[in-house]
Design a protein around this ligand. Structure first.
Ligand code: OSB
Ligand code: MG
Length: 369
């Protein structure tokens, strides 16, 4: 498989509601949409790098630079037998997993389409459906948060994740638990705390949380292991895991009991799959994280969630929660029971709405062999 052409489109879409985490508040998403053409078949993907380096050091600009100036020349010199060979062909480039993953994921889509199989099928997925949770950003008031949770529960979502930061944590979780004593609930700190906050995590232990996601530094598994020894709530790592080797180290040192898997962060679908397989062999559940993706990234996440290791509800929600306009057809919808089917069409199984994409494209480049 030779990638004959790679088109990079930079899009901007408005979010329906601002999304606030411990590191940023966003009202729109700007991201790269990739199209890889192989033997006349187009595969699509979304690069999850953000405008600002808050979650990761990668940004839309660095991803565009890496793809154009370093990754494309390596891809253009390659003839792949399988999408698994794409990321290894980028070995001369250190890091920049989101940029690497975006090319790999477009190749996976094209590879599946060439065989007329769903992406889940070529990845080795066995689940016909996946169960959805939602991630709810920091709100202006606790009342607003409680209302939002009620709305998401009424739509069927099976687990609620709330973002926390210093000043919006134990007090908020207590109020949420008073209102919803039995709901599957978890928190995500996006690295906003340190080991000095151990008393706070001990307090959180009393609320029966499913897990605490990435409480400490993004690059520090050691302290996560220390914290996990002191609290009973499982720690879930997100930002700290960038590879199968990272997942192995985290599991070996007891830095987490659950892993949030995002293909962009770990450098592609093959690495995401391998992490899920490794975790499952250690009895560590994984779930599919989200990066406020448009429909294209969302579709990839759904197929990834079909793998057997993905045994907990993911942040893979309906597309109408996010953007004022859809770029895929049909939109991603969640059934009243909070689950959604893995699409059965070829590749990602959704069509792209070219008119909408064109209207929201800020710039476009095509790289040819
Ligand atoms: O930490 O999981 C995270 C969004 C952007 C960046 C990081 C994260 C998130 C979310 C939203 O939690 C998940 C989603 O609904 O896409
Ligand atoms: Mg997270």
């Amino acid at each position: 498989m030779k990638i004959d052409r790679l088109t990079i489109r930079e899009l901007r879409l408005d979010l329906k509601y601002p999304f606030e985490t411990s590191f940023a508040r966003v009202t729109e998403q700007q991201f790269l949409l990739l199209e890889a053409e192989i033997d006349g078949v187009s595969g699509h993907s979304e690069c999850v790098a953000d405008v600002a380096p808050g979650y990761s050091y990668e940004t839309v600009r660095t991803a565009e630079h890496l793809i154009r100036d370093f990754l494309w020349p390596l891809a253009a010199a390659s003839d792949y037998a399988h999408p698994e060979e794409v990321v290894p062909s980028f070995a001369p480039v250190r890091g920049h997993n989101m940029a690497k993953a975006s090319i790999e994921m477009a190749v996976w889509d094209a590879f599946a389409r060439i065989q007329n199989k769903p992406l889940a099928g070529v990845l080795g997925g066995t689940r016909a459906r996946t169960v959805s949770g939602v991630s709810i950003g920091i709100q202006d008031t606790v009342e607003q948060l409680l209302d939002k949770i009620g709305l998401e529960l009424s739509r069927g979502y099976r687990r609620i994740k709330i973002k926390i930061k210093p000043g919006w944590d134990v007090g908020v979780v207590r109020r949420v638990r008073e209102r919803y004593p039995d709901m599957p609930l978890m928190v995500d700190a996006n690295s906003a705390y340190t080991l000095a906050d151990e008393p706070l995590f001990r307090e959180l232990d009393q609320f029966g949380l499913m897990m605490i996601e990435q409480p400490l530094e993004h690059d520090d598994m050691w302290d996560h292991a220390a914290l996990q020894r002191k609290i009973s709530t499982p720690i879930c790592l997100d930002e700290s895991v960038h590879s199968v080797a990272d997942a192995r180290r985290a599991i070996e040192m007891g830095a987490c009991r659950i892993i949030n898997v995002k293909a962009g962060r770990v450098g592609g679908l093959a690495a995401a799959r391998d992490i899920a397989v490794l975790a499952e062999s250690h009895g560590i559940p994984v779930w599919c994280g989200g990066m406020l993706e448009s429909g294209v990234g969302r579709a990839h996440n759904i197929h990834l969630s079909s793998l057997s290791g993905f045994s907990m509800p993911g942040d893979v929600a309906a597309s109408d929660r996010y953007f004022t306009e859809e770029i895929i057809d049909p939109p991603v919808t969640v059934d009243p029971d909070g689950s959604l089917p893995i699409p059965e069409g070829a590749g990602i199984g959704f069509a792209l709405r070219e008119d909408v994409i064109r209207r929201h494209t800020l710039c476009e480049t095509t790289l040819s062999r």
